[in-house]
Design a protein around this ligand. Structure first.
Ligand SMILES: [Zn+2]
Length: 381
């Protein structure tokens, strides 16, 4: 057994439900799990010691929404959008063509690069989706590659209907042979339930088939306008519905009454110059909120969870404590896990030492590299 003591922590955010913050604290990890948390003055002896030098320590970020299996650059599309062209779901087809033409090594190298970039910014758990292959072979390949980096892999054959294909025929493929080929490499299934992507019946067909083969459910919903995505996610008991930018009061009530997490992706609104979701409204209603990056080449090519925290505070009405909780413990809820996203005995010892005296700096100093050291997050190195 190997033990590691993280000592001399000026401020330790536990990310429990009370947002507890300890001062002058220490954490003992044994074999990658937290074995003890308490005052630095009572810290036990360990094989190795990390001196936090009075800095703040937070749990590693849990980024539950990313599309990393791609290749190709879409910066020109971003520049055009900033020059006034509106965002639509159709840009996904551009990346689809590049991904189909790429070899495995190119895709794997891109995922590896982005995962290392995430970890260097404090992310220690990441979910990765397929969704740019959109053939049986290319979707299965994307998930095989994603599963080299994380256990949190999501089958997103239902991302868009490939150009020129019939929507109902493609839906049957996604819910049939494509699902069969992908399920062995996936923990979750997701569908883009939105105008321009899949309607509610097509989305239900795909998600019901995925649930039948044992996959957990996630939904992209209510990003571009009001729609049925949130209602469907709650109805089917999905772990998370992601985006939630346009919500009716019925949607908010459904989320508050169900056990589906609302995952907000403020980098998308930032990068598409769109109105932000109203996080304060969700929190007031008692909805569990997570924050994620949605790192993807089209609508948000940021891998930075600290940026998402800053945007959530500045633009979505969250307190800093709420935003940090949503980026850690909230993400764990959205993955239905209780072993990450918190500092508690038994959890994975995934910790971030900040180059700052307080977690508040994550929002107070946007764009500044505040991650001094990342502990844990095995597999993301
Ligand atoms: Zn997405």
């Amino acid at each position: 057994m190997s033990s590691l003591l993280i000592d001399n922590i000026g401020e330790l955010s536990l990310c429990d439900d009370e947002f507890t913050v300890l001062t002058d604290a220490a954490v003992l990890a044994e074999d990658g799990r937290i074995a003890w948390v308490g005052p630095a003055s009572q810290a036990p002896v360990a094989d190795e010691r990390v001196d936090a030098e009075g800095a703040a320590v937070v749990p590693g970020f849990v980024d539950t929404h990313s599309h990393l299996v791609f290749t190709g650059d879409r910066s020109a599309e971003f520049a055009a959008r900033m020059a006034g062209r509106p965002y639509t779901a159709g840009g996904i087809a551009t990346t689809m063509e590049r991904v189909r033409a790429a070899d495995d090594a190119e895709l794997s190298a891109n995922v590896s690069h982005l995962v290392r970039q995430m970890r260097s910014q404090g992310t220690t758990t990441v979910e990765i989706k397929s969704g740019y292959g959109l053939t049986v072979a290319d979707e299965a390949r994307a998930l095989r590659i994603a599963s080299e980096f994380t256990d949190e892999t999501t089958y997103l054959g239902g991302h868009i209907v490939p150009p020129g294909e019939d929507a109902d025929e493609y839906t049957a493929l996604v819910a049939g042979p494509m699902l069969e080929a992908c399920a062995p490499h996936a923990k979750w299934a997701d569908v883009f339930c939105e105008r321009g992507a899949f309607d509610v019946d097509q989305s239900r067909t795909i998600l019901a088939a995925a649930a039948d083969v044992g996959l957990g459910l996630r939904v992209h919903g209510n990003q571009l306008g009001h729609g049925p995505g949130v209602g469907l996610a709650v109805e089917l008991g999905a772990a998370s519905v992601d985006h939630c930018t346009y919500l009716s009061s019925e949607d908010v009530d459904a989320l508050a009454g169900g056990d589906t997490v609302a995952t907000l992706l403020p980098g998308v609104e930032f990068s598409t110059r769109s109105p932000y979701p109203d996080a304060a409204r969700l929190l007031e209603a008692g909805v569990t909120v997570a924050l994620a990056s949605d790192c993807n080449p089209g609508s948000c090519f940021s891998s930075s969870m600290p940026l998402m925290i800053a945007l959530a505070v500045r633009e979505m009405g969250m307190t800093v404590a709420q935003a940090l909780w949503s980026a850690t413990a909230g993400g764990a809820r959205a993955l239905r896990r209780d072993d990450v996203g918190r500092v508690a005995v038994g959890c994975r010892a995934d910790l971030v030492v900040l180059d700052a005296p307080s977690h508040v700096h994550l929002a107070y100093r946007p764009g500044v590299p505040l991650v001094r050291r990342v502990i844990g997050g095995s597999g993301l190195e």
